[in-house]
Ligand binder design. Structure first.
Ligand code: PMP
Length: 442
């Protein structure tokens, strides 16, 4: 049976025996107050009260090494970000219909990290909203409706974006104008063929869409394919598909919510690893280190008519506090050299993981770029069949021993390792020791 991708690493609320009475009570109140759609992580949920750097703490003062959360990308509660937000909140917080230096400087600074073709920056509060806006702009610019995404993509939760976020599970219906293609696959497709295969699959999806009377408006991809199972390599494999959608009159939209803001170590943005200049770049998550800041960078010609005829206003998006948070994050990435740190510590982790799994038949692959790594658990290397049980074992063993990661992919068997970018050697070593023990105990 295929795993339910909406339940990967989810706590089973019927299994509260053995939990602390306070946590049991809170789980019950939570279920009652928030309703049935929410999930908690881990066999034993975690009750956190504080975070600092790469560490998270519970009420008893126990520490967990955070090797999962990419939102607090420059470290939990980073003092410079806290200070910037607090100062601006105590000074002025309005919206973007008044002149304010903050949003303009922040947009200029973000655009300076991109190819010169990306001329404008529009702000939202979430990645979902950024993708929703990108889609509206793409449809209005091309006068077309079709959208192509990868088979287990996640792009967000609005009505229109959930229609092309198949990782939400089969219950959330795929839109009639949406077509899915296979994500890259490190175990079944040789690296040198990855780019040609993706482009050929895209060409087929475009032809099938056209046979149904739908023209492609956009091909949208998370440029590191996080929910599909993490496929960073070989750098450059995305280019033939991006070139193809543009040659066919559609737009290439790079969803940078996951790989953006220096996580891959190589480059600041994931699309840059592939030598692409997108039409629209969407971003979010790490952008405000936990403060809701998101947005889209756009080629001017793509948004010209939309801007004139549709206007844009977002009550909270790009407000002075959001801009201060975003600016502080960029400052910290730069002053603390976090892109380089992601590259160096990421390489150290990848090397360490490769050594840990050497000789094990049930780990099919270790891959990653910078501080975004994956380890693929399989039944055996002869079949490479997903092994969700082993992945679940490792995730929960780590959790019991003070280290946080999670799992992803269509088989729920791919360990997702994605620490804050401030992770240093001693903590990385501690992580490797813990995962080594978890693998050995399997
Ligand atoms: N795109 C990608 C690739 C994401 O991973 C996510 C969030 N997991 C989103 C978009 C949506 O972002 P948000 O949760 O801020 O709406």
């Amino acid at each position: 049976m295929k795993p339910d991708t909406t339940m990967v690493n989810a706590f089973d609320p019927t299994r509260t025996a053995g939990l602390a009475p306070e946590d049991r009570a809170l789980i019950q109140r939570r279920g009652k107050a928030l309703g049935p759609a929410y999930r908690l992580f881990y066999e034993e949920p975690l009750h956190l009260v504080r975070g600092e750097g790469v560490w998270l703490y519970d009420a008893q003062g126990n520490a967990w090494l955070d090797a999962y959360n990419n939102v607090a990308s420059v470290g939990h509660s980073h003092p410079k970000v806290v200070e910037a937000i607090s100062r601006q909140l105590a000074t002025l917080n309005t919206h973007t219909r008044y002149l304010h230096e903050g949003v303009v400087s922040y947009a200029e600074r973000l655009l300076a990290t991109m190819p010169p073709e990306m001329g404008h920056m529009m702000f939202t509060c979430t990645g979902s909203e950024a993708n929703d806006l990108a889609l509206r702009i793409a449809r209005s610019y091309t006068g077309r409706q079709g959208v192509i995404v990868t088979r287990l993509a996640y792009h967000g939760l609005t009505e229109s974006v959930s229609e092309f976020s198949p990782s939400l599970g089969g219950f959330v219906q795929r839109g009639a104008r949406v077509r899915l293609i296979d994500a890259p696959n490190a175990l079944f497709v040789p690296p040198a063929e990855q780019g040609a295969k993706l482009a050929a699959d895209l060409a087929k999806a475009i032809a099938e869409m056209r046979a149904d009377g739908i023209e492609p408006a956009a091909f949208i991809v998370d440029t590191i394919f996080s929910s599909d199972g993490l496929y960073p390599d070989p750098a450059g494999f995305l280019k033939p598909a991006a070139d193809l959608i543009r040659a066919e009159g559609g737009l290439f939209i790079a969803d940078e919510v996951q790989p953006g803001f220096a996580r891959t170590g190589d480059r600041f943005w994931g699309f840059q690893r592939h030598g692409i200049t997108p039409d629209i770049v969407t971003m979010g998550k790490p952008m405000g280190n936990g403060f809701p800041v998101a947005g889209a960078a756009i080629r001017p010609e793509v948004v010209a008519e939309f801007g004139e005829k549709a206007r844009y206003f977002n009550t909270f998006g790009g407000n002075p506090v959001a801009s201060a948070a975003g600016m502080a994050v960029l400052d910290v990435i730069e002053t603390e050299g976090l892109q380089q740190n992601a590259r160096e510590i990421g390489a150290f982790l990848k090397q360490g993981l490769s050594e840990i799994v050497r000789g094990r038949d049930d780990i099919g692959d270790v891959r990653g770029a910078g501080l975004f790594l994956a380890m693929e658990c399989v039944e055996s290397q002869s079949t490479n069949k997903p092994n969700a049980r082993l992945a679940g074992h490792i995730v929960n063993h780590l959790r019991r021993n003070g280290v946080l990661i999670s799992a992803t992919g269509p088989g729920a068997n791919i360990l997702k390792i994605r620490p804050p970018l401030v992770l240093q050697k001693p903590e990385a070593t501690r992580f490797l020791e813990a995962i080594s023990a978890a693998v050995a105990a399997a």
